[in-house]
Design a protein around this ligand. Structure first.
Ligand code: 7TS
Length: 415
């Protein structure tokens, strides 16, 4: 257990949390690091690093096939991690949790199995204008393969979905809607439950890109009633190269496999191959065992805390940063939705985002600049990109003060 949680006291000590993240305590370019690029990837607490190291030191073995103790232990830990993910998103069964490489892989899986086998010419797939490229390109590819059309839910100036336009796009041709739970470029939280309700009323299925939601929001796939939910380990304090696809059981059962290989088969002969049961039908080859175990450890780490309390703290940091940005002469924020989390995107008058990013880096401050793999929404706002500060619960007010000090210096230098 983290020192940050005293056993008799449920108030989280956010200063102590930072001790779990050794990487934060270093100098970058001669300054203490301020890490505000959490939407790209989060840092890993020591507990996750230790779980991965322990697996390699003590249990390393292949899963589901060895007739020996190490393989039994690796298999038990790997499947236990799947059950932790099941509970983390309140999925009905562990079999509905499919290990993938990450959100991108999860969305491609749905596109190339479910969508490719279901869509036909004339059908329609909807995505929103604020999606990450991972939630656009796989749908363009499957539309090209099947003759279906991709239609776009517009986004308002505030960075909120245009729900009236969404309602008018829905019709009997709509088969699938794929939308982000939280926008990586703008921070908007989209009304997934309402989208699902309206989609189901016309018989369409809903895929949710939860990459930016999983690190912040409490996710309940049964309450959302979405058909698929995709997210990445590395954005929620787990290793890179591991992710999750959740699907409704009846849909997963009818879907053809994704890739062929070991693990995903029941019986192979040259005449006929039969496929394994869920979830293994979708997990060809040796999986990322250490990644899955790290994901389980990240969930254990989060579960020690009251997650709404973590979110309230992160949102308080975001609001503080937004207030300072609004008071800063020459900064314009991009993405001002009423419901937001995690991300502050902005521009500084008379400067290019990349130049500001470079000057921040020289002062030890890590942000991301550019289009954030969401070129269509940048194009709509007629901007080349933004400067993006993205927050986690290990950030603090000092980080925000340092960001604005550095922005002041950047402004003096560039303007
Ligand atoms: N969807 C959203 C909303 C994302 O933010 C990202 C990654 C992805 C999908 C893809 O996730 P992956 O783990 O498969 O790569 N977003 C970002 C970002 O904002 N900066 O770097 C990566």
């Amino acid at each position: 257990m983290s020192e940050a949680l005293a056993s008799s006291n449920t108030d989280i000590n956010f200063a102590l949390i930072r001790k779990d993240f050794a990487i934060l305590h270093q100098q970058v370019n001669g300054h203490p690091l301020v890490y505000l690029d959490n939407a790209a990837t989060t840092q890993k607490p020591q507990q996750v690093i230790d779980a991965v190291a322990r697996y390699y030191q003590l249990d390393n073995s292949n899963v589901h096939r060895g007739a020996h103790a190490l393989s039994d232990r690796a298999t038990a830990d790997f499947e236990n991690a799947r059950r932790k993910v099941q509970q983390f998103i309140n999925a009905p069964k562990a079999e509905q949790i499919i290990w993938t490489k990450g959100t991108t892989d999860s969305i491609n899986l749905v596109a190339q199995t479910y969508a490719r086998s279901q869509l036909k010419a004339g059908d329609e797939v909807l995505v929103s204008a604020m999606e990450h490229h991972s939630n656009i390109v796989p749908w363009q590819m499957v539309c090209e393969q099947t003759g279906a059309s991709l239609r776009v839910i517009p986004v308002l100036e505030t960075g909120e979905l245009d729900m009236a336009a969404f309602a008018s796009l829905l019709n009997e041709k709509t088969q699938l809607i794929s939308v982000g739970h939280v926008s990586n470029a703008l921070g908007s939280i989209n009304p997934i439950k309402e989208i699902v309700r309206q989609a189901h009323a016309v018989g369409a299925k809903v895929v949710v890109d939860g990459a930016q939601a999983a690190p912040h929001l409490t996710i309940d796939v049964q309450e959302l009633d979405c058909d698929f939910y995709a997210f990445s380990g590395h954005k929620m304090f787990a290793p890179t190269g591991i992710g999750v696809l959740y699907g409704k059981e009846a849909l997963l059962e009818t879907m053809p496999p994704y890739q062929g290989g070991g693990e995903m088969i029941e019986v192979v002969s040259f005449e006929k191959t039969t496929y394994n049961q869920l979830p293994y039908k979708f997990e060809a080859g040796t999986p990322n065992i250490a990644g899955a175990i790290g994901m389980g450890a990240a969930i254990d780490y989060l579960n020690q805390y009251d997650r709404p309390q973590l979110l309230a703290y992160e949102d308080a940091l975001l609001h503080k940063a937004e207030a300072l940005a609004d008071a800063f002469d020459g900064i314009r924020r991009v993405g001002t939705a009423a419901h937001k989390t995690g991300v502050m995107s902005f521009l500084m008058d008379g400067t290019h985002p990349h130049d500001v990013g470079t000057l921040l880096d020289q002062q030890g401050i890590a942000v991301r600049t550019g289009h954030h793999c969401a070129m269509p929404i940048m194009e709509q706002f007629k901007i080349p990109g933004t400067i993006r500060a993205s927050f986690s619960f290990y950030n603090n007010e000092e980080d925000i003060a340092r960001l604005f000090e550095a922005l002041n210096k950047a402004k003096m230098f560039l303007c």
